[in-house]
Design a protein. Sequence first.
Length: 178
Amino acid sequence: MDGETRDWKDILRPGLAVVFVGYSPSLPAWRTGHYYANPGNRFYRLLYDAGLTPSLLTPAEDRSLPDYGIGLVDLMQEPSARADQLKPEQYRAAVPALRAKLDGVSPRTVCCNGIGVFRHVFGGPPQRLGRQPGLTLGRSTVFVVPSTSGLVNGRSAERLAAFRELADWLRSGVNEDV
């Protein structure tokens, strides 16, 4: 972005319940250094509404997410105003590094934040929103939720239902996929 470089930091550690995988940092996220910092992004509201965090967090609190068993990583570390501004081949080229990162921390669950993220990682559409039966990424069960971006409209009910399914599954302690 205009020659500016930032060391975009993954929020990962071993033993996490879930790691959310996004496309790439938004421009506000890149400027602030915090995930999902665009005011229109619903990520933190959905975490709270689904019961994944006990309070409504702000982007500035993203580094506290591992305390709740949550990690964050993006496929690309290149900022963009919209995910479709980066080329599909760039996303595909980033998949091996993503898989290596996730294998290194082996979360219980990997959740693609966006159907397009799932397509880039797995090469096709998901079976459904929510848990992907029988599909794993390394030893991690796979979920997919509609993108939390403010650019994705009209999916509020589906989005919340997918986040609630994830929260319920994590609380259940069941891990029948691995």
